[in-house]
Structures are given as structure tokens and as C-alpha cells.
Design a protein around this ligand. Sequence first.
Ligand SMILES: [Fe+2]
Length: 302
Amino acid sequence: MIKLYDIDHVKFGVADLDAASNSWQLEFGLTERARDTKSAQLAVNYEPYSILLEKSDEAGIRYAAYNLHPDFSLEDAERHLNGLGIEYARTEQAVHFRDPENNGVAYVPYRPRIGQDAYPITSRRTDSLPTGRYRRLGHVNYLVQDVGRMVEFYEHVVGQQLADRLGPDAGAFLRVGADHHVNAFVGTGTSHFHHVAFDLGDWGMIRSAFDHLAQYDRVFPWGPVRHGIGGNLAGYVRTPELDCFIELYCDMEQLDELHEPREFPDDRRSSNVWGMLPPRSYFRFDAESIKAEREGQQWMMR
Ligand SMILES: [Fe+2]
């Protein structure tokens, strides 16, 4: 059985590479590590990179990549997929395959969560990272047609563990370590990547980040909220150029090896302990929804 260590990076196609890289740097505080005419690598913190951008006419996610546990190699990953009859493509540094709803998944070799330095991130020295940077890439979230089928695939093929369920089949959260989830599915009857999420460390950082993003005219369709499942304090930023949202969060519940998956009721408290459920636009990526949010009318949509 394959074993994962962590989420490593997420790759997006973007129509305008210069604009996208500038946006990730200026608005979201990432640091460009490498750039050529076709692609860019961006880091959140001390890690090599967490976001890859590829110039493309088709904007949106390409894949989410997960580190293998250090006991497993890419060759082990190939043997694992061969044994299950899963088609894949091998490159020098990764194994790529697709989940049942055609989302890209990649295995990459182990690397420490936040780089090689032995010091905690706040004890290190830098001459290049900016102020106000986020702590790290945390998780990805997908709208899906069949939650049960995706949980089965991500547990038995990808190598994640079920953390909790929302109702019997309304949603599911999967983990690879102590963080409550590294991946989540919401059953909406559609297949669409929903958000990539960054851990900011604390509420003050989220306040600063939202104030900063508002000055770049970003809109926040939902949040801040306190999720009942996962416990994270979170807010969501619309990013039409990526055909998804970006979540900024802190306070993710930490689980240990004795954790048993729970099934939470599909109700308001599971979604947002503080109150308001998401607007319908939160589950949509069309121009009408984006326009409604920009005009502050998303709560009027049905
Ligand atoms: Fe999330």
C-alpha cells in the first residue's frame, strides 16, 4: 500500500503568465523562484515551490501533487498503480494519473514539509522572502458527482485516509498526516475544482490578507467562517483567472493516529459554526455568479 507524506504543489494553467505570476506575488505574497516564457514556480515560504503556473489557453487546475512518504519511491508508486490497473504517465520527477472525475493527481518524491532547514520557520534567516507571507500550502477541495467513489479512489489508489464525512455522502475530508484534511470533496452533482487553501497561522494574518486583497479589488463571496468540520477559520477569495477560489485559513483541527472517522450531520453547524451558509454562487464558476459577487448580490441568487 502506498503511503503519502503531504501535499507538495498545485499546478494551474493561466492565460497570461506575467499577470498571474505578478498576482501571486503582489496579492498573495508568494515568491517567484523560477520563470521562463512558458512557466513559473512560486513559493509560499521556505519550500522550493507550492504553485506552478503554465501558460495555456485553458485556464484552471492541472493537478494536485502529493509527496510520497520517504519509505516509497516513484518506482514503488508505479508498481502500486500497475497492481491496481491504473493508467499513469511517468516523468523524471513525477508519476501522473487521473481520478474517476478526471482531476489530475501526481506523486512526487518526498521532501520535507517546509524545506530542508532544521530550524522552525520563524527561526530561520532569509534575504529574499517578503513580509506577510503565508505559512504553507494546506489543502485542495473539489466539487464532485460521487463522493463515495472519490473517497474509495483517494483511500485505496492515491493513499489518503478518511478523516470525516459530511452526512453519509454529501461530503468527505481526507488526510495524510495530522492536519484534519489535505483534500476534501463536496457532492454537488458536478465535477469542478473548487479551491486551493493556504494556512496563514492565525486570525490576525487573515485580517491583514483580506484587507490587502480588498485593495486589489478582490471579492470574498463567503467568510470569514468557522467550519464545524475541520474547525478552521476560513475565508474565500474569488479568482476567476484560475477558475476556482483561494481559501485563506488558520486553526485547522489536528488529528492523531487514534482518530476514527466521524459522520457529521449535513447542517449549518457543520458548515459554519458562526452562522451563515455559503451563497449559491460559491458552488458556481459562471459569469453571472462572478458578476453577482462583484456587485455584492450573491445572496440574492437562487
Ligand atoms: Fe478548504
